[in-house]
Design a protein around this ligand. Sequence first.
Ligand code: ZN
Length: 505
Amino acid sequence: MEKALKQLKEMDKEIVLLAHTGALLGWDQETYMPVKALQERSEQIALLQGMIHSKMTDPRCGELLNNLGATAATAMGNAGLAELDRAFIRELFRRYNRAVKIPQSLVVEMAKTTSIAQGVWINARKDSDFKLFQPHLEKIITLLKQVADCLGYKDSVYDPLLDEYEPWMTTKEVEQVFSSLKEPLVRLVQQIVASKQKPDETVLAAVFPEHKQLEFNLLVLKAMNFEFERGRLDVSAHPFTTTLGADDIRLTTRYNERFFPTALFGTIHECGHGLYELGFGQELKGTLLGNAASLGIHESQSRLWENMVGRSLAFWKGFFPQLKQFFPDTLKNVEYEQFYRAINAVKPSLVRVEADEVTYNLHIILRFELEKKLISGELKVQDLPQAWDQESKNLLGIEPDNHAQGCLQDIHWSMGAFGYFPTYTLGNLYAAQFFETLCKEQPELEQELEQGNLKPVRTWLLENIHSHGAVYPAGELCRRVTGEKLNPRFFIEYLQKKFGTLYDF
Ligand code: ZN
């Protein structure tokens, strides 16, 4: 048994090294790579992905797992093994199983189809022409159904797709959670829209020079305890975080001199992701357990920092005097409460990535409901634009005038990433539930934030969440940390309290 485990760990280590190498190529492509390097870079990345896939599907891996008695039913608990080894086998079995079930020919066809579809999507969005994109989306959905069939499912064809991003969670569970979220959210948005109390957003309508924003971002990252000996911050068109090694986490952000929140909250968000990756326990480093429990949990870490900490009144009481030193003229006559109100303005809008904390999740519910119907065949691709506009009206009270601002706005579907969207909202829900526990266990937290001290947040997350990596599935982690399973109540109460005060109802 010892020997089989050792061999599996050696094989896994090589996959981790290759994956980090691939991440370096991807990071460089998005940040510093000269444009003409794209052709060979794509080939380099494809070669590495092929190598990783063949290692993941190595028949020896299957034999060794078999020797260890790992099957779908027992992968969760090989009684004779230590806890970490059991978790390792569970995750390895899951990965191996998913990889071998999908034939190589389908993997290649999916990669080709989505690569073409992404190019078409860019043009379709530019010209707001859904018809151009339609046949590509139809092909993607056909292939995804084949993928789902290969992976197998009991209740919903959407289950195995969701499982890619949110392991062990079912469509039914997401439906239950989202359905108890929807009504209160819609009501809350209506209350906010009807409120006479409106934030003064003119305080943000000024020019904030990029180099000054960068300096302030670095100050906040240091306060969050981002370790610059183990990571960096750069600029890219779309902000992201990537792991090039257990001690090498790269964050990116983007600057808008005319809209200050973009860079700062983007940076805090990515740093939340980065701190998670930096916080995996020493014994998990370089193994597949040195990973997030799920995308939802990953997003909970970025959202907790961005919204619950970064957009809180206490945070700005602590940091606004420092911000004023960076922009003394612009913010001369602004008080921190005024600034806090402006950065928390709520307005139903058409574009997800620009949405505020409250309406954001309605954008996600809309996508989840539509993509589920597309995959089950209940909704035809040709009817998508109409269905989108209708749902937008139902949920947000507004309708897009064109496809670019409607069903063509996100890249996800062109990449074949069905099942990804719900993880954004799951992240918000987990964040609120974790934050509630954090506040209970650290009653002094608000005063600490008001002093500009973010250490208690970092320490608590590290101990309770980060250090565990993928040792516990998301649901179990949530129960261990908060004492109960994922419950949307925490998020709804958080929003009602915060925005009820801001909008006076
Ligand atoms: Zn994120």
